[in-house]
Design a protein around this ligand. Structure first.
Ligand code: ZN
Ligand code: ZN
Length: 367
């Protein structure tokens, strides 16, 4: 996203300010917290980051030393073996830090327990401070998200004419991923969900486990995203294989109305609860209230689920520069589900919808 290293230094400074000057420690082990290290340093590998005041050090092992030096610029990189515990504690003690903040939502108890036994310092938990900082995106981050959305849109447009009755869910998912990656996606935004028939009622379906083949009359749901500079899009479209049933059309119309009314309610200053409360009655009044169990949307960025949240439980208020999904759905066990998901950038007066693939009617494919 950026070759400007000052961006990372500024983020680190903002984080320390948000912690009232306290030192901060974060680690990424087996993908436990890729986003925090990448956001604060540009580093995409495993290691521990310790920040205190303007001082920062990245501890990592020999597998990542060269990579770290390429990715983090000015920040000091220290190669060691036990960057989770012993070497991290030594760096804390060397700086004379009495208190170090860590993100409770990211750390494991075994990490916490090992580290606290190693020195005379106090580890203070806060929920997830970097996630809070990341909620409002810069123009550069929004540009990466726009690209990720456009890549997903265009790969999907290339895929649909290839769909045929008899193809299976896993093969279609793989083809969609291939189209996104050859078009420039860094990888996939998250595990691609392609589901047909009554599998469409399963919100986080894994096509590789089902491999159901398409039949005429099936609903076919795609929930997928591309990844650009680490930033992930997240889009859902539902189509029909062959000709759609009357029930599928009716459900689609309700979900589409909920999606569009919610999008028109998004703007800075509105709460996540309030936007959810625009979509939900559309579905409830149509008699499907108990078939829309999840929240309306979630922030996207370096992770596919981040702040803000649009749901009945949300504590967030939308601000200019937040990027969120809007994804109402109706799921009927034994029949199937329809979800329509778009990605939007919050503005002062409304929002910019960055996913552009048409949704105005239930498309019929495969014949
Ligand atoms: Zn999705
Ligand atoms: Zn989503």
């Amino acid at each position: 996203m950026t070759s400007d290293r000052t961006v990372y230094a500024n983020r680190r400074r903002a984080l320390i300010e948000s912690l009232a000057g306290k030192a901060f420690i974060a680690y990424n082990y087996e993908h436990s917290d890729r986003a925090t290290l990448r956001y604060l340093t540009g580093f995409t590998g495993e290691g521990t980051l310790l920040l205190s005041g303007d001082d920062g050090i990245l501890l990592t092992d020999s597998r990542y030393t060269e990579q770290a030096k390429r990715e983090v610029g000015e920040l000091r990189v220290h190669e060691c073996r036990d960057w989770m515990a012993k070497d991290a504690a030594a760096e804390i003690l060397a700086r004379g830090l009495e208190t170090v903040v860590f993100a409770a939502r990211r750390a494991t108890y075994s990490w916490f327990d090992a580290l606290r036994k190693l020195g005379q310092f106090t580890l203070v938990d806060v929920a997830d401070p970097t996630n809070d900082l990341r909620a409002v995106k810069t123009e550069g981050e929004i540009e990466s998200l726009r690209k990720a959305a456009t890549l997903a849109d265009s790969a999907f447009g290339d895929l649909l004419p290839e769909i045929r009755v008899g193809m299976n869910e896993a093969d279609i998912a793989l083809r969609l991923e291939w189209l996104m990656r050859t078009a420039g996606s860094d990888g996939v935004g998250f595990e691609t969900n392609v589901s047909c028939a009554d599998n469409t009622a399963l919100n986080h379906y894994n096509p590789a486990l089902g491999r159901r083949s398409l039949r005429c009359g099936d609903l076919l749901l795609f929930d997928f995203g591309a990844c650009v500079d680490g930033y992930r899009s997240d889009i859902t479209r539902t189509v029909a294989v062959g000709s759609a049933t009357k029930q599928a059309r009716e459900i689609y119309e309700i979900v589409l109305r909920a999606n569009m009314e919610a999008i028109s309610a998004v703007r800075a200053g509105v709460t996540g609860v309030a936007v959810d409360a625009v979509a939900r009655p559309v579905i409830t009044d149509a008699g499907h209230g108990d078939r829309f169990g999840h929240g309306l949307g979630h922030g996207i960025g370096l992770e596919v689920h981040e702040r803000p949240s649009l749901s009945t439980l949300s504590k967030d208020t939308l601000a200019v520069g937040m990027v969120t999904t809007v994804e109402p759905g109706i799921y009927i066990p034994g029949f199937g589900g329809v979800r329509i998901e778009d990605d939007v950038v919050v503005t002062e007066t409304g929002c910019e919808v960055i996913t552009a693939f048409p949704k105005d009617r239930l498309m019929e494919v495969g014949t």
